[in-house]
Design a protein around this ligand. Structure first.
Ligand code: ITT
Length: 224
């Protein structure tokens, strides 16, 4: 079973709509200060895996508004909690001309604990997904966080079910990249979708995705 390390039930709902063997795991990892989501998720995954010695996934996400140079980006949680999404939408409406473009990004970091022959924590693998959209007045009552003010192809993310959101969202794309890599890594000789991280068929289209590389994590998977 994969442990989805988050306090956010909305993220878990979307992960469960995509992967079979995943459960919410509340672990308070240290959030490092960084401009990008990948290193934050990777450091969190390594810490959670080191302490628990379980297979963990850490999901760090953020809204990057083009006209605000990517703000709130890695500070999205702080901004949502302190001023709220309505204020973000009104700021965008007041300061920016339409179409008020933005992207939502997700970095999903996987780590599986410590090496058996040493006490070293294994590297984290980081999978990213992003989706372009625009900031609009609130619509819809599904989803969570910034979903009501983020529109993609004429619908806000809050107007979609978790399954619909997964087919085009930042998280859906990161989950797709992760599950493809995970199946090839753990069941290279079998039908990769037989067990474990079985993707929901509605989400199995080819998506754009990316792998990050750096000292804290490795990217041993290359694009198909
Ligand atoms: P954890 O750190 O415990 O996972 P969190 O909600 O703080 O929970 P993030 O730091 O990744 O997670 O989220 C940053 C902000 O972006 C936060 O305000 C979320 O509500 C929001 N957010 C994350 N994913 C989102 C999504 O798919 N749709 C809308 N808002 C999202």
């Amino acid at each position: 079973m994969l442990q989805y390390v988050t306090t956010n039930e909305g993220k878990v709902r979307e992960a469960k709509a995509y992967l079979d063997s995943v459960e919410q795991f509340e672990f308070d990892y240290t959030e490092i200060q960084a401009d990008e989501l990948g290193p934050i998720a990777a450091a969190g995954a390594r810490e959670a895996a080191r302490v628990t010695n379980k297979k963990v996934l850490v999901d760090d996400a953020g809204l990057f508004i083009d006209g605000f140079d990517g703000f709130p980006g890695p500070y999205s949680a702080f901004v949502e909690e302190s001023v709220g999404i309505d204020t973000v939408q009104r700021m965008a409406e007041r300061e920016l001309s339409p179409p008020r473009t933005a992207s939502f990004r997700c970095a999903l970091a996987f780590c599986e604990g410590v090496n058996t022959d040493s006490t070293e924590t294994k590297s984290a693998h980081v999978f990213t997904g992003s989706v372009k959209g625009k900031i609009v007045s609130q619509r819809g009552d599904q989803g969570f966080g910034y979903d009501p003010i983020f529109e993609v192809d004429g619908h806000t993310l809050a107007e979609m079910t978790p399954e619909e959101k997964n087919t085009l969202s930042h998280r859906g794309r990161a989950l797709e990249a992760f599950s493809t890599w995970f199946a090839s890594e753990y069941w290279p000789d079998t039908n990769q979708w037989e067990s474990g991280t079985q993707p929901n068929p509605t989400s199995s289209n080819a998506y754009s995705w990316g792998l990050l590389s750096g000292p804290q994590y490795s990217s041993s998977w290359t694009s198909a």
